[in-house]
Design a protein around this ligand. Structure first.
Ligand code: BGC
Length: 921
């Protein structure tokens, strides 16, 4: 097998392991779990038939060959029996109450109506089975935040009733939460099930991973990546969440456990890092050594229980309050053990660089404005299996305040507001308010002072990008050949579903015009998203466990191994960049896209993202870390201003990205739809140049989110303002349908003419784009340097999906007969045709067909458009006569589409298939 061979079996095993290791057990009384050999399980809850593999929107749209839900996986178990009588009751009810998919983009309801459970049904199930599983499901996603209402963040009355009734009849009732991220948990006390397990949304192998935990093959070893408080109001961010125009981040750096452990311990139901196991562990810090620049801990973990399992050791720092104020706990290191059998132990060392404990002085209160400082005092460390139970392990004394990094003020807020800070009151801390320092630098001046030089256009000197790639020419000389107009085209990405790249993907970038191609610039391909490759034409891909689930594994090496497979899959599909990982901070549990993101903690977030990037990097592909930054709510996401202190930005909202850039060597970043401190991020110079490039040394490309806005300070965001975008070093506008024709009507050329933008700034973005293209597989594809063996191997392993790789597009006008010569009408045949619609509008399909059988013969032909069925024509026997049928296909706003024809039976002969425009937009 070649270097890029994708072993699907290993892929499945890794995903399954990740699902299992991400499950978090919160309660397990009466030995409810695991289910023992020979036992019968009664599965309650309608979601047993419609497992949520992910949330909704771009982060969930993966076309899979299969999804194994929890019930499917249990049915496949040899040692455990499923109460099929009960499953039958649910099946019947679900067929009368079908799953509601909602209408439109991201409009699927958060939950589905639950079956009212009759007392007798529960009683009967209890007679014939040993243990009950109640599955509760939730979704949320792009454009749709979770709501603090029943059916969303809260359980519905019917769900509570269900858990209560089952718990009354069964001594062993485990509630399984198939949800994107944490939900309200007050019901655990009132409904009192004997066990509770978060299983998250585990992708297509989800059910198998969960079954591994339920049967005890894997002892639960997932840990909460968020704090679960008693009520949504307890999260200090809730007051500043959900506004249409502006959200004030008054909680500042006190996000999640940083707040609760400092000033509201009693509000916590389940602390950050918490998760039970089927066994027990003792964690002992054997040595704590101050090594000067680092702190070194030697930790020993012993399995003191009766089952095999893994444990996660977590180290939390508690720096001195100093003049800045600090959270009482911040995650500073973690490590997961291997499987330890009862009595077995593992010992390892953890090293924490002291500079990582520094705080950012945005006010100058510590005497060093715009610096990271280690304030004088005691730095204490706590080690344990969650933030609350971690015990004192050692401390070092910082004799005097030192500056660990001298930076410059960047991205500070312009809106006045107060933020929290703790003050000591006896044994505890209370939060008080302090005024947030506002911006004191002149941003326009900073931009002007740092403008790059603008070399003139040399015209075509015959240098091609391949020459630069082969180190025969200099990138600057190559770029100098391009005209301003060429450069303006290069900063336009094309999509969705551009015919220049892998069908059905989100974006194409680089050599998107004929002239750019002439210079040898290839077209790179990027595709959603965090949970697997989204190809809207129906190509199948692997659907991964969601971000929260992966974070809860606390297993960086496992995530890296899993994403090495993802990287190979990208390569096989000729996708260069994944549009993921999503890595915004779980600032508030209600953010609809939390399922895509990892945690409330920036360190865990950064480590997970870096692991994914390293994994994909092994296959030569990479990810696009997103959304940079502050994309913490979906409602009004392209408008609502996030007002955040510079300290909170650097210590919380940017920190994970910083780790992904420095440690994960990120090549590509996506900015957000909305503004932070008054500037839409896609045009925010301080974010994308001062901090990202100058401070962190990022040398990759930045792209906008799809159809994002940019603004001039004080003005509103506008999708056309690429002048502000390029000036800030957001290199690519995503997306337009035709870069050469400037279909997005951007103002790059006007900006240049007016002197608001320079050729040097455009060249800088072109350099960023080209330098990334040269680090991706597309360069070798373009230069035809992919080995024939790799090509062959990829084609073979892609199976039927390989037909998408060479798709050609037929033009479709107002009334066009398609070329159907490639269509096979044999039973089970599935053929894809690419079409380019010349008009936006509503189309119908008209077929002329005949079927040799008699009138009772039925021959179905389904037409799939992108990933859904649009029409099924069932043609009865026509006794050899030609008949014409037509049906509506719906409306189309993008030119490139894919039709897949599937034949359920043989016997249909097609004379003509037409697409007819019924209404033009
Ligand atoms: C999302 C991005 C996604 C892009 C392309 C946007 O709506 O916010 O995360 O990558 O679409 O599908």
């Amino acid at each position: 097998m070649g270097k890029y061979y994708l072993d699907m079996e290993e892929y499945r095993q890794l995903a399954r392991q990740a699902v299992a290791e991400g499950c978090v057990l919160l309660k397990n009384e009466n030995n409810t779990l695991p289910v023992k050999e020979g036992e019968t399980v009664s599965v309650f809850g309608r979601i047993q038939f419609t497992y949520y593999k992910s949330g909704t929107g771009s982060g969930g749209l993966v076309n899979t060959h299969y999804v194994t839900g929890i019930l499917d996986a249990l049915r496949a178990e040899k040692e455990v029996r499923v109460n099929e009588e009960l499953a039958g009751v649910y099946e019947k009810w679900c067929s009368d109450h079908p799953f509601d998919k909602g209408k439109g983009w991201g409009q699927e309801p958060w939950s589905q109506e639950e079956m009212p459970l009759e007392e007798e049904t529960a009683a009967r199930a209890a007679q014939v089975s040993d243990v009950a599983l109640v599955i509760i499901g939730r979704t949320a996603g792009e454009d749709q935040d979770t709501k603090a209402d029943p059916g969303s963040y809260l359980l519905t009355d019917k769900e509570e009733q269900l858990i209560r009734t089952v718990s009354r009849h069964f001594a062993r009732t485990a509630v399984l939460l198939n949800v994107g991220n944490i939900i309200d948990m007050k019901w655990v006390e009132s409904c009192d099930p004997s066990a509770v397990l978060y299983v998250w949304q585990g992708g297509m192998e989800g059910g198998n991973g969960v079954a591994d935990v339920l049967t005890g093959r894997v002892s639960p070893c997932g840990k909460l990546s968020d704090t679960i408080a008693a009520s949504i109001e307890d999260y200090p961010s809730t007051a500043g969440f959900g506004d249409k125009d502006r959200n004030i981040y008054a909680e500042d750096i006190y996000v999640g456990y940083r707040y609760f452990e400092t000033a509201a311990k009693d509000k916590v139901l389940y602390p950050f890092g918490f998760g039970l196991s089927y066994t027990e562990f003792a964690i002992k810090t054997e040595t704590f050594i101050d090594e000067g620049d680092t702190v070194h801990l030697q930790v020993r973990v012993t399995n003191t229980g009766t089952a095999a399992g893994k444990e996660v050791v977590q180290v939390y720092a508690n720096p001195p309050q100093g003049r800045l104020g600090k959270p009482l706990r911040s995650l500073a290191a973690f490590r997961k053990t291997g499987v330890l059998r009862p009595g077995e132990e593992e010992s390892f060392s953890l090293r924490i660089p002291k500079k990582e404990l520094a705080s950012y002085d945005d006010s100058g209160a510590a005497g060093h404005k715009s610096c990271y400082v280690l304030e004088e005092g005691s730095y204490c460390f706590y080690v344990g299996a969650d933030v609350r139970s971690a015990t004192f392990a050692g401390a070092f004394e910082q004799k005097e305040t030192v500056v660990t990094q001298q930076l410059e003020e960047a991205l500070a807020p312009v809106t006045e507001f107060d933020r929290m800070r703790p003050v000591e009151e006896g044994e505890s801390f209370r939060m008080v308010q302090e005024t947030v320092p506002l911006r004191s630098v002149d941003l326009a001046e900073r931009i002007l002072e740092n403008r790059p030089a603008s070399p003139v256009c040399t015209g075509d000197k015959g240098i091609r990008l391949g020459d630069v790639y082969d180190k025969k020419a200099d990138l600057a000389d190559f770029l100098a050949q391009l005209t301003d107009e060429d450069l303006a085209c290069m900063v336009r990405g094309e999509g969705m579903c551009s015919p220049k790249v892998t069908p059905g993907t989100a974006g194409a970038f680089g050599g998107v015009t004929e002239r750019l191609e002439h210079f040898g610039i290839p077209v790179g391909c990027c595709a959603d998203g965090p949970s697997g490759i989204r190809m809207d034409c129906g190509t199948h891909a692997f659907s991964l466990p969601n971000g929260t689930s992966l974070a809860c594994t606390f297993h960086v090496e496992l995530v890296e191994r899993l994403f090495e497979k993802e990287g190979l899959e990208l390569r096989r599909n000729q996708v260069d960049l994944l549009l993921g990982p999503g890595m915004n901070i779980h600032r508030n549990p209600l953010n609809g896209r939390n399922f895509e993101y990892f945690s409330e903690d920036p360190y865990l977030t950064g480590k997970m993202a870096a692991a994914q990037l390293k994994g994909m990097g092994k296959a030569g592909t990479s990810g696009t870390i997103k959304h940079f930054a502050g994309n913490n709510q979906e409602f009004s996401r392209n408008l609502a201003d996030a007002v955040i202190s510079e300290r909170a930005l650097r210590e919380i909202y940017l920190k994970g990205f910083e780790i992904a850039v420095k440690e994960g060597k990120a090549l590509s970043i996506m900015s957000t739809y909305g503004p932070v401190n008054g500037l839409w991020t896609a045009g925010s110079y301080d974010l994308l140049t001062t901090i990202l490039r100058k401070e962190w040394g990022f040398d990759g490309l930045v792209m906008t989110d799809w159809w994002a806005k940019m603004n001039e300070e004080g003005e509103n965001g506008d999708t056309r303002n690429t002048t502000a975008m390029v000036r800030a070093q957001n290199d690519l506008y995503m997306v337009v349908s035709d870069a050469a024709a400037n279909t997005g009507e951007d103002n790059t050329m006007e900006g240049l003419a007016a002197g608001r933008l320079t050729r040097g700034e455009l060249l800088r973005s072109a350099r960023n784009i080209c330098s990334v293209l040269m680090r991706l597989p597309v360069m070798d594809r373009f230069l035809d340097r992919i080995s024939p063996e790799e090509r062959k191997e990829q084609r073979e392993s892609a199976g039927e999906d390989a037909q998408f790789l060479d798709l050609e597009y037929q033009e479709v006008g107002r009334d066009t007969a398609l070329d159907i010569s490639s269509l096979s009408t044999e039973k089970g045949a599935s053929t894809v045709l690419g079409v380019k619609l010349l008009h936006k509008g509503v189309y119908a399909m008209q077929i002329t067909a005949r079927c040799s059988g008699g009138e009772l013969a039925q021959v179905p032909m389904s037409v799939f458009m992108n990933h859904g069925v649009v029409i099924t024509f069932t043609v009865n026997g026509t006794n050899g006569e030609w008949v014409t049928r037509s049906a509506d296909m719906g409306e189309f706003r993008f030119p490139h589409q894919y039709l897949r024809f599937y034949f359920g039976q043989s016997g249909l002969e097609l004379k003509e298939v037409k697409m007819i425009l019924k209404e033009e937009f």
